[in-house]
Design a protein around this ligand. Structure first.
Ligand code: AGP
Length: 622
């Protein structure tokens, strides 16, 4: 969840670093800092807590830091509270105070991740005369690099690789050494890190938006690799310190794609990008009326031999799994388990032979999902990652990868990536069903034709946004909201509830509608809002009955159903309609009004829609 940037080239570094950090704010942080190489001393270090503008103000928008090589960091506190002392960069010297100012150390560095054995390493370093000014694991790892650098006098890369062998945990490190002016060294394990190159300059960042303004040519450092960057020069090394080569990736996003594009918030922009995100994802998987999964490497034989599908994820990605479960079971007739990654990773869950474990993750860096992926691989499952970030850790470690093409998603509350994942799993279900003979050729064609209509139908739902905006003004002071549904409608209720609570801070819960009478209905009071998702024709009347039970206890009812189902209005106070479509896929439409309702409610409550309190876009720590 921290953000790292680095620059070395012909321009003043600090303004570039601040600009890069500003494009990583979505990752969540509580302090920030810069270190800029300024001639003879190793670097000038400046740090500040709170929002990035405090650091910018402290450095006169970067102008007070002179130097053309530097590193920057936004910190999400894990070890040590959010403070200037604990903010990065950290230095190797036994300095007093916060580690700010012109530092005479030999090594200065920033870090994203968690060093799990930092306490024992700290003891070792204390024994060797090191002193510590902060509570962070990062200061330990910077000092450990310094320790090996001085003890073995073997150069930065060897000191770094020795450190990599010694530490346990996750890290993306960026380091500068006094003896190597103009150069930045990096190392990576499990936390994201990319290197960008341009004319006579080199960049380093946690994610693409930070450097997209300067270059499209990037390298994705692999796990347990180190890097050495200088103006116009980038080298990579393996754990043995041997030089290795990496493929250069061209980033196709345009700069605007990572900006708001004229919308008030990233979230609204991304809600409106869903037709494109779904269309692009579908088009990457369906060509000339035929599904082509060859890019994933999943062969027909593997799909044909499956006996079990496990879907593992967190948050909204887990909700995608909950929806996909119904679709796969119904079309493929395979047993499907959907597990929370944070639970799956510690369970002794039996894994029958020929199990496919699908890990869904927008960021591809969620720690629990990555850990669950590794557990699945250890237990011999075939693993498929469904991720939105090319080159992300989960993407690289899974046996197979299915990329969603939602583009960069900046708002913490996912929308377009969620919808793209839903579409991707729908396509996977149809292909599995066809290959295993549980749908006919005609059904296959029909299902693909229906899927192809989803992007335009989402666009039509978005045209109804003013009604949702109006209704959100009625619920702005709600204390509790209940989302209910059955089958796929229950899966959508889960997502609607999460969207509402994570950005409006209104307590809400999602319930399988049949569960209300088992306790929850005691919570229904006068004007409690109950939102029913009513798209499944075999089930929705039962849900309406559950809603009426709530209404008889004072609840206010909102319903989401398909065009033509007007009878719902006999019972429901406020109804939103979505276009009819094959009921396996109508979830992609029903979720849209719930996203909009949450968005407008958050806006009406004057909240930070894109960066809700306590949340981060990517939860890269446990
Ligand atoms: C969804 O709006 C939340 N931001 C959160 O639940 C998110 O879906 C979850 O943290 C999983 O993230 P991932 O898809 O990047 O793994």
């Amino acid at each position: 969840m921290c953000g790292i940037v680095g620059y070395t080239g012909g321009h003043q570094a600090a303004p570039i670093l601040l600009d890069g950090l500003s494009r990583l704010e979505y990752r969540g942080y509580d302090s920030a800092g810069l270190a800029v190489r300024n001639g003879e001393s190793l670097a000038e270090v400046v740090k500040a807590t709170g929002k990035l503008y405090h650091l910018a103000d402290k450095t006169d928008q970067g102008r007070s830091l002179i130097g053309t090589c530097g590193i920057g960091h936004t910190r999400w506190a894990t070890h040590g509270d959010p403070s200037v002392t604990n903010a990065h960069p950290h230095v190797s010297g036994n300095c007093t105070g916060s580690g700010s100012g012109a530092v005479e150390s030999d090594v200065v560095g920033v870090h994203n991740g968690i060093i799990e054995n930092f306490a024992e390493l700290k003891e070792k370093l204390l024994h060797h005369g090191y002193q510590f000014y902060s509570d962070t694991d990062t200061e330990v790892v910077v000092k450990l690099v310094d320790y090996y650098y001085k003890k073995y006098k073997i150069g930065p890369i060897d000191a770094i690789t020795r450190t990599m062998v010694r530490v346990r945990g996750s890290y993306a490190l960026a380091l500068m050494f006094r003896d190597y002016p103009g150069e930045i060294f990096a190392a990576r394990k499990d936390s994201p890190l990319i290197i960008g190159t341009a004319d006579e300059a080199a960049y380093l960042a946690s994610d693409v938006p930070a450097i997209l303004k300067y270059t499209r040519q990037v390298y994705y450092i692999d796990n347990l690799q180190a890097a050495r960057i200088a103006p116009g020069s980038v080298k990579f090394y393996d754990l043995n310190g041997d030089e290795v080569s990496l493929p250069l990736t061209e980033i196709t996003w345009d700069a605007a794609a990572a900006e708001k594009g004229g919308y008030e918030h990233f979230m609204l922009k991304e809600i409106h990008e869903q037709p494109t995100a779904v269309r692009d994802t579908l088009n990457s998987l369906v060509k000339d009326g035929q599904i082509d999964l060859s890019a994933t490497g999943l062969t027909d034989d593997v799909i044909g031999s499956l006996t079990q599908v496990d879907i593992v994820a967190c948050g909204s990605a887990w909700h995608v799994g909950m929806a996909a479960q119904y679709v796969i079971e119904d079309l493929v007739k395979l047993p499907v388990r959907v597990e929370l990654a944070s639970e799956f990773r510690y369970r002794s869950i039996p894994m029958p032979g020929n199990t496919l474990v699908i890990v869904i993750s927008q960021s591809g860096e969620t720690a629990d999902s990555l850990a669950a992926l590794r557990v699945a691989k250890e237990r011999g499952a075939t693993t498929l990652a469904v991720v939105n970030v090319v080159g992300s850790t989960i993407a690289r470690e899974a046996d197979h990868v299915l990329y969603t093409l939602a583009g960069p998603e900046i708002a913490v509350a996912t929308t377009k990536a969620y919808s793209a994942q839903l579409a991707a799993l729908d396509v996977l279900a149809v292909q599995m069903a066809f290959l295993r003979g549980t749908v006919s050729g005609d059904q296959y064609t029909h299902l693909l034709e229906e899927l192809a209509t989803i992007p335009d139908k989402i666009r039509r739902v978005l045209e109804d946004k003013e009604r949702l905006q109006w209704f959100s003004s009625k619920i702005v002071n709600a204390h509790d909201i209940f989302f209910i549904g059955r089958g796929l409608d229950y899966a959508i209720s889960l997502e609607g509830s999460l969207k509402m609570k994570e950005i409006s801070y209104i307590h809400s819960e999602a319930y399988a509608a049949g569960e209300l009478k088992h306790g929850t209905i005691s919570l229904i009071e006068n004007n409690t809002l109950v939102i029913g998702v009513l798209t499944q024709s075999q089930l929705f009347e039962k849900t309406v009955s559950n809603m009426v039970e709530c209404k008889s206890r004072g609840a206010y009812l909102m319903g989401i159903t398909t065009n033509g189902n007007f009878a719902v209005e006999d019972s429901v106070n406020f109804t939103v309609y979505v276009p009819r479509t094959d009921e396996h896929f109508v979830s992609s439409l029903a979720v849209i009004p719930l996203q909009l309702l949450a968005y407008y409610t958050s806006v009406n409550r004057g909240l930070d829609v894109d960066k809700p309190r306590n949340l981060a876009k990517s939860v890269t720590v446990e």
